[in-house]
Each structure stands twice: as structure tokens, then as C-alpha cells.
Design a protein. Structure first.
Length: 118
């Protein structure tokens, strides 16, 4: 379950950012996750619930996920289209080759924090 490693990396980043901003706690972390990452959302949520409370800065912090669906661009004509996760990679379809644009993201989009004067 690589979701545990993902969550631990996210929590490390959130804790460093929150401390650097002088936060009293992190309230909400929003992730952008592409379909092609094959992250299992239930396992990610379970790992988040399990490990977030280990540090006072992230205790009770909520997790939100923005799903990013695959898009690819035709290398012949430049047309951008939404595809499924199996056909986004550069592949030959007739004479057209496609290059992936979106769907592989695994990013922290935002971190909402509280500061002592909130």
C-alpha cells in the first residue's frame, strides 16, 4: 500500500509549511490527484486518518481530493481531448500519436491553516 508513504510525505510537507507560517494547526489539505497515479482513494483516506493525529499541527486536519482526469494532445493536429487512463499515453491511433497532458498529478493544491491570532 504505497498510500501510506504518500500520506507520510504529504504530512511532512504540511508540518514544515505550517511551522514555517507560524500556524497553530493545519485545518484542511487539498490534493490534486490524477487518475493515472492509481492512488486508491479509500487507502489514502485510511492512511490519512491513521497518521494525521501523530503531530499536534495536523491533529484533526481534513483531507480533500480534487480528481484530475486524463487529457492528451494529438501530436499531428494539436487537438486536446479527455481520454481514459489507458489511452492517454502517447500511442498510435491510426496515424495520430497522443501525448499526455494531465492525469499524472499528485500535488498539494492548498493547505489551510490557523494562526494563533485567528
Amino acid at each position: 500500500m504505497h498510500e501510506v508513504g504518500i500520506v507520510n510525505g504529504i504530512l511532512d510537507t504540511v508540518i514544515r509549511a505550517a511551522r514555517g507560517a507560524g500556524a497553530s494547526r493545519a485545518v484542511l489539505v487539498t490534493l490534486r490527484i490524477g487518475d493515472m497515479t492509481e492512488v486508491v482513494r479509500e487507502a489514502l483516506g485510511f492512511a490519512w486518518e491513521t497518521f494525521r493525529d501523530e503531530d499536534p499541527l495536523t491533529r484533526g486536519c481534513e483531507l480533500a481530493v480534487e480528481e484530475v482526469h486524463p487529457q492528451s494532445e494529438c501530436l499531428d493536429c494539436g487537438e486536446v481531448s479527455t481520454t481514459d487512463r489507458f489511452h492517454c499515453a502517447a500511442s498510435v491511433r491510426g496515424r495520430r500519436q497522443r501525448a499526455p497532458l494531465h492525469g499524472r498529478e499528485l500535488d498539494i493544491a492548498s493547505i489551510e491553516i490557523e494562526t494563533p491570532d485567528d
